[in-house]
Design a protein around this ligand. Structure first.
Ligand SMILES: C[S@@+](CC[C@H](N)C(=O)[O-])C[C@H]1O[C@@H](n2cnc3c(N)ncnc32)[C@H](O)[C@@H]1O
Length: 370
């Protein structure tokens, strides 16, 4: 293994430090910008190389001792060696950079990042894997399991579930362990930051509106919190179990549709714009109502071209885009920006100690765009 000495210049997306050798980027995990390190090259490509940290020669003042004994083996956390305030600064900077680089956005109305009240013990669910008596998470960059007795970023209840599972000598497979309050379908992972996200969105959405479309609604996490601001809400998700949950306590105002956002958003739009046949009773109820607000909370791949086009056609007054991937958010904003102004972008730290970033963007239709 060739060992090189590097000055770490930045932290890339995903959490690895970046140093340079004759201009070529070398990615080194578990480092911090400003540090002088020696690193062993493990993969060399034409444009960049991957290395493993051998020694920190000059340490950053932001370096702290990780709480987890599996840190640097387990693939889950990339930032436990960095003080929490600095983790927040890195994430904020990464969001700004990616919006500039991919989104080509200037004068970004980027708000301060909302921190997590809990820096450890916040996860309300984890998925562990069992194989040949080993129960835990995958090793970083591999399919090898490491045996995990306790996960410090998970809450006590989840760790009790893990202890119980281990006591049962489970068969090989995947096991999702969760708190009793967490739903079986998709739910936000950090309760306190999820509440902060919901409050933020409630503040951004104006009162006395007609129709909210909550696309990728899950069990109606946002829709249900905004009921008092709308005449009607429509939630769309392709997970029928999530939609069943959403319908369970639904009021007269709420309509939940099991289906692909790609298709259903167009249909809501077709009815609203008076272009298509009203072939479903539930959509019939929307005939005279225009979607004034759309919330999208897609998975990491972001919005498909079809969904972006539908939004540009529908042109709601308010568009809230919740993203767990700054790169796809930036790509989508670049296009949506043609007809929407970006009012604010707020990063939230839903996943302390990891490189993950959650973001809420608030857009408004340009008056001239309709
Ligand atoms: C990030 S989760 C958001 C869930 C919800 N907003 C919440 O906060 O609990 C994304 C959701 O989108 C759904 N989903 C992903 N792709 C979809 C698609 N193309 N059409 C419909 N639903 C989709 C998933 O089932 C999942 O519930």
């Amino acid at each position: 293994m060739r060992v090189v000495e590097l000055k770490i210049e930045d932290i890339a997306f995903g959490g690895k430090g970046v140093g340079r050798e004759q201009g070529k980027a070398i990615f080194v995990p578990y480092t911090i910008e400003g540090e002088l390190v020696s690193a062993g090259i493990v993969r060399e490509k034409k444009q960049f190389a991957e290395a493993e940290l051998v020694e920190v020669k000059e340490s950053s003042p932001h370096r702290v001792t990780p709480e987890c004994p599996y840190f640097a083996q387990c693939g889950g956390c990339a930032y436990q060696h960095i003080g929490y305030e600095h983790q927040l600064a890195i994430k904020w900077r990464q969001v700004r950079n990616v919006l500039q680089r991919i989104g080509k956005l200037k004068d970004i109305p980027l708000r301060p990042i909302i921190p997590s009240p809990k820096q450890y013990g916040y996860r309300n669910r984890i998925t562990v894997h069992a194989q040949d008596g080993v129960i835990g998470f995958f090793r970083r960059d591999s399919h090898h399991l490491i045996d995990i007795e306790r996960c410090p970023i998970s809450c006590d209840e989840v760790n009790r579930e893990l202890r119980d599972l281990r006591g049962r000598n489970p068969r090989d497979g995947h096991y999702t362990l969760r708190t009793s309050s967490s739903r079986r379908v998709f739910s936000q992972t950090n309760d306190e930051v999820a509440d902060a996200l919901r409050r933020l969105i409630a503040d951004l959405v104006p009162p006395d509106q007609d129709l909210l479309v909550d696309a990728y609604c899950g069990a109606g996490f946002f829709a249900k919190a905004l009921l008092n601001k709308f005449e009607r809400v429509v939630g769309i998700d392709w997970d029928k179990f999530a939609i069943t949950d959403a319908k369970e306590d639904a009021t007269e105002k709420e309509i939940y549709i099991t289906g692909q956002v790609e298709e259903e958003l167009r249909r809501v739009g077709a009815v609203h714009l008076g272009r298509g046949p009203v072939d479903e009773i539930h959509l019939g109820r929307l005939r005279s109502i225009a979607p004034t607000t759309i919330i999208v909370d897609p998975p990491a791949i972001g919005l498909s071209a079809k969904v972006r086009d539908a939004i540009l056609d529908l042109l709601p007054t308010t568009l809230i885009y919740v993203s767990c991937n700054p790169a796809t958010l930036a790509r989508d904003l670049k296009e949506l920006h043609e007809k929407f102004t970006i009012d604010s972008i707020t990063p939230l730290d839903m996943f302390p100690q990891t490189a993950e970033i959650e973001i809420a963007a608030h857009l408004q239709a340009m008056p001239s765009a309709s």
